[in-house]
Design a protein around this ligand. Structure first.
Ligand SMILES: Nc1ncnc2c1ncn2[C@@H]1O[C@H](COP(=O)(O)OP(=O)(O)OP(=O)(O)O)[C@@H](O)[C@H]1O
Length: 331
């Protein structure tokens, strides 16, 4: 058994828009290992969410996956039918969205929403009758307890709008975890929350990961969050991975000038969760990108050789960066 649970290779996802063809994800490789927390970091628009929406089979028109493979525990997800893919979502891989309020159904109580997920995916439930209903109720109460929501019996009868922002995030996590997925994709679980609640939600995810032994892919803008919660990190820029390695390696000695810029701008704790604008200039327009290093226009150490396409280079056993200054002597 390999220790890689999710293995993505050469993923390319494009959006056909009136302005042209937007290549949001361009040749991305991802490995999420069993039991680890992988951080995915990068500025807004770098392709983090689209990468994982592609993994989940949730890219909507005008977007489509143009190339690449997505393997989960050895199974090629791109070959599954929509019905088979629906079974994978929830049972094996769950995703929490950036905005809990829009992810939850306002017309159903929390108990009904948890129940729906359990009905669809929990194969351990009794087949029918009162025993089935009682088991669903028991598991729902247990899930709310797991995410730290007190008075679960009462809370199950309430609607999403009756909860605070932080509580809604917890409910979304409870629903995502209801069927004990092996991989949780947590997309910016914290941006809309105040600092204390952010920390609590991230602690909660780390704690549940340790208890359930699941893997987590944590999508964030914030390298401070990565430093605290992730084993490894992957840095994205303009639709590509530009650096990856263990958190200690990447944060301790970043190779790519973009990662260096991100680190230099780590917000002070009080400012966590704020958008970062660390480096002069902007992410390039993803339509008609020139065939050069995508960071060229913002890079303080650019040189002529960077005007040709730059591939990922190895900088150690598990360490890679997309910069010509990543020397072989690192390996
Ligand atoms: N529906 C769409 N139509 C056209 N382009 C899209 C669409 N959705 C995403 N994109 C393109 O994909 C790019 C990457 O988006 P993505 O949401 O993955 O970025 P991100 O790194 O997750 O940013 P954020 O942190 O703001 O969520 C966007 O800049 C945009 O150009």
């Amino acid at each position: 058994m390999t220790d890689v649970l999710l293995k993505v290779r050469g993923l390319r996802t494009v959006f056909e828009t009136r302005a042209g063809r937007v290549c949001a994800v361009d040749g991305v490789d991802v490995d999420v290992r069993r039991g680890e927390c992988l951080g995915i970091v990068g500025e807004s628009g770098s392709g983090k969410s689209v990468t994982f929406a592609s993994v989940m089979g949730l890219v909507k028109s005008p977007g489509r996956i143009e190339a690449g493979s997505v393997e989960f525990d050895g199974q090629d997800l791109r070959r599954l039918t929509p019905r088979e893919m629906r079974a994978v979502r929830g049972r094996d891989i769950a995703m929490t969205m950036q905005d809990a309020l829009t992810a939850l159904n306002p017309a159903l109580t929390v108990g009904e929403q948890l129940g729906e997920v359990l009905e669809a995916h929990d194969e351990t439930l009794p087949k029918r009758g009162p025993a089935r209903r009682a088991a669903i109720r028991r598991t729902s109460v247990e899930m709310l307890g797991l995410v730290g929501i007190p008075s679960a019996e009462t809370r199950l009868r309430q609607y999403p709008h009756e909860f605070s922002g932080g509580m809604r995030q917890r409910i979304m996590i409870a629903i995502a975890l209801a069927c004990r997925p092996r991989l949780l994709i947590a997309d910016e679980p914290t941006t809309a929350l105040d600092v204390t609640i952010q920390a609590q939600v991230l602690e909660l995810i780390s704690d549940i990961r340790a208890r359930l032994g699941m893997s987590v892919a944590l999508i964030t803008h914030d390298l401070g969050v990565v430093a605290e919660h992730c084993d490894r990190v992957m840095v994205m820029y303009a639709g590509q991975v530009v650096e990856e390695g263990t958190t200690a390696e990447v944060i301790g000695a970043p190779k790519h000038p973009y990662t260096q810029g991100l680190l230099a701008s780590i917000p002070r704790p009080a400012l966590r969760g704020q958008p970062i604008h660390p480096i002069e200039g902007q992410v390039p327009d993803l339509i008609d990108l020139p065939p050069q290093c995508r960071f060229y226009s913002r890079c303080a150490v650019r040189r002529e050789a960077c005007l040709t396409p730059v591939e990922m280079r190895s900088a150690g056993a598990s360490r890679r960066a997309r910069c010509i200054l990543t020397g072989e002597d690192d390996a």
